[in-house]
Design a protein around this ligand. Structure first.
Ligand SMILES: NC(=O)c1ccc[n+]([C@@H]2O[C@H](COP(=O)([O-])OP(=O)(O)OC[C@H]3O[C@@H](n4cnc5c(N)ncnc54)[C@H](O)[C@@H]3O)[C@@H](O)[C@H]2O)c1
Length: 418
């Protein structure tokens, strides 16, 4: 069965989901408040770098996928409303739901018309948010889920840099539901995807997403703490030690090894904010999560630990070249990038002679962080030639062998990559 779907928020998750549904033959309306983003998408251009998603956009834009500026009308014609807006970190670490509420305000009126629709919260929201915040928000406007509409959640597990493949070949589809009609419609919508489908309770759907991200964050902080212990003891080959750890057959060939590997802390949009939100949610329910508390503390400590390492090698007058500015290779996303934290610490300590290079994120980084002291280089050669000390912060393939190319030049490898 073909459906009509409206997607609110055309970021990594919303645009990818919209195009995946369009590719599967559904009619999809996309709506976003960011006029620049809308203009780019309408012109067939992605607002960020994502291999495969660019071609999917060209195949579907103005066909099965239409970007609209009339959200209410799009929802009026839709069977599903997907909320894919941001859920940033609030004042006390909690997930801020303001964009979810603002999106709901844009179509709530339409829900009175008697057509059954499924509202799907795809944004990441802490366990119990759909039942304790979203449904009460609708109910306060006289909108009780039931005959007229279902309220569900459907956490997204895609990885930036692999958005398209992760969406079109999802390893699992999880839907939090509370009524039969909502479950059946979601099951039918996702029947065109060749992925295992799980319908679970509303709280379980949200919980599974946090189970995933807090576990990844914990593995990273575990590996980072182990690397700090190794540094303190001395004469420990950290890179070799972890590579040998990964040879244990119990890992079963799974590709989790990149998470159980030391570096300079997890960054990006999801792990920092979701770990903080799970901590805050648990605190609000009366339990202080001791493990998550320390996972977060270790992560917060990592940029300082790396800056101290750099300062042991470099003098304040040295020209320091920062290799990599995005939060991970394969992406131009610079949100919560560790490079920015390390640069701030170096600047505060009087190390002001800084140059940076990223294969794709120079511009995004310069725009987002506005460090007046940092100059940006156009390629690896320039930064390599001009720096007195190199600091590898993002493990881009382009940096492989840079230590061999500049023998004798001090390199602080924050990712144990070279
Ligand atoms: N980025 C990821 O890798 C990833 C993976 C899984 C889940 N998530 C979750 O998915 C959600 C979205 O993440 P993202 O990375 O796509 O965010 P994003 O910041 O890239 O995109 C969010 C978009 O929502 C738009 N928006 C805000 N309010 C709106 C409204 N009322 N109506 C329409 N558009 C509105 C913004 O303009 C923006 O374009 C978050 O909750 C995030 O935690 C993200």
């Amino acid at each position: 069965m073909s459906y009509t779907i409206t997607v609110f928020g055309l970021g990594f998750v919303g645009l990818t989901s919209a195009l995946a549904f369009a590719e599967k033959g559904h009619k999809v309306y996309g709506f976003d408040l960011d006029a620049h983003r809308v203009e780019l998408i309408n012109g067939g251009k992605l607002p960020f770098i994502e291999p495969g998603l660019d071609d999917a956009l060209l195949r579907n834009i103005h066909g099965n996928f239409i970007v609209t500026d009339d959200a209410e009308n799009a929802v009026r014609n839709s069977d599903f409303v997907f909320l894919c807006v941001g859920t940033p970190t609030g004042k006390n670490g909690e997930a801020d739901l303001k964009y979810i509420y603002s999106a709901i305000d844009m179509f709530a009126n339409v829900l009175h018309d008697g057509k059954h629709r499924v509202i799907v919260v795809k944004s990441t929201i802490p366990p119990s948010t759909t039942s304790e915040r979203v449904i009460p928000y609708l109910s306060a406007q006289g909108l009780l889920p039931g005959d007229r509409f279902s309220v569900t959640n459907n956490p997204e597990f895609l990885r930036e840099g692999k958005c398209w493949d992760d969406a079109i070949n999802a390893d699992r589809i999880v839907c939090g539901v509370e009524d039969h009609k909502g479950e059946e419609m979601l099951r039918s919508l996702y029947s065109r995807f060749n992925s295992p489908f799980f319908a679970v309770s509303l709280n379980t759907g949200e919980y599974i997403k946090y189970l995933s991200n807090t576990m990844l964050a914990s593995m990273i902080s575990y590996a980072n703490e182990m690397s700090i212990i190794a540094d303190a003891i001395g004469d420990i080959q950290i890179k070799e030690a972890f590579n040998i750890l990964h040879m244990d057959r119990r890992w079963g060939g799974a590709s989790m090894s990149s998470y159980v590997y030391p570096g300079c802390g997890y960054g990006g949009y999801c792990l920092p904010k979701d770990t903080a939100a799970m901590y805050a949610q648990s605190m609000s329910k009366g339990y202080e999560p001791l493990m998550l508390k320390n996972v977060i503390a270790i992560n917060n400590m990592m940029p300082q630990s790396m800056a101290a390492k750099i300062m042991r090698v470099a003098k304040p007058s040295d020209k320091i070249g920062i290799l990599g500015l995005s939060f991970k290779p394969g992406s131009d996303d610079v949100r919560d990038s560790t490079s920015a934290k390390i640069i701030s610490l170096l600047l505060d300590a009087g190390y002001t002679n800084l140059i940076g290079f990223d294969p794709v994120a120079n511009e995004c980084f310069a725009r987002e962080y506005n460090f007046a002291e940092v100059r940006y280089c156009e390629n690896v050669q320039v930064i390599g030639d001009q720096s007195d000390v190199l600091v590898l912060v993002t493990a881009w393939e382009q940096f492989v062998g840079i230590d061999k190319k500049y023998p004798g030049k001090p390199i602080v490898d924050c990712r144990y990559f070279l």
